[in-house]
Design a protein around this ligand. Structure first.
Ligand SMILES: [Zn+2]
Length: 136
């Protein structure tokens, strides 16, 4: 699996992560074509935990975004969030990833104030893997 995403989307996520004191989170909307996950849109969500180290997407945001995506024959292909740490899933992330198999988790690190780095992960068939991000 690879994630194809516009550079401008990644830039928006990085910018959002840089200017917020809490972990940011949001949706990656798009479609799956074979082994390609194509992001056509990103949408930020409210972090209901309002925490600098944890996040939980507002369930109301989730339902609204899901309905809107489905009405346009798209799906939520994954989620993004930020870390005040390297961009690897935490133990808590791994627990949630297990609940959402086949969804992409894009993590942006805010450790560097210059250029936060991003990585993407997926849990499929009990296996946990990093996937390649192709910037378009
Ligand atoms: Zn995390």
């Amino acid at each position: 699996m690879i994630l194809e995403i516009k550079r401008t989307f990644l830039d928006r996520i990085k910018e959002e992560a840089k200017i917020n004191q809490v972990e940011i989170c949001g949706f990656i909307i798009g479609e799956i074509r074979g082994s390609r996950a194509i992001a056509t849109e990103i949408k930020s969500a409210k972090n209901v935990l309002n925490s600098p180290t944890r996040f939980q997407i507002d369930p109301e945001d989730f339902l609204k975004t899901l309905a809107k995506a489905e009405s346009r024959k798209l799906e939520i292909i994954g989620f993004y969030h930020s870390h005040p740490a390297p961009p690897y899933p935490s133990l808590v992330d791994e627990k949630f990833m297990a609940l959402w198999p086949d969804k992409i988790w894009l993590i942006v690190s805010t450790i560097s104030t210059f250029e936060p780095s991003t990585r993407a992960f997926i849990k499929r068939a009990e296996k946990f893997e990093e996937i390649k991000i192709i910037e378009k």
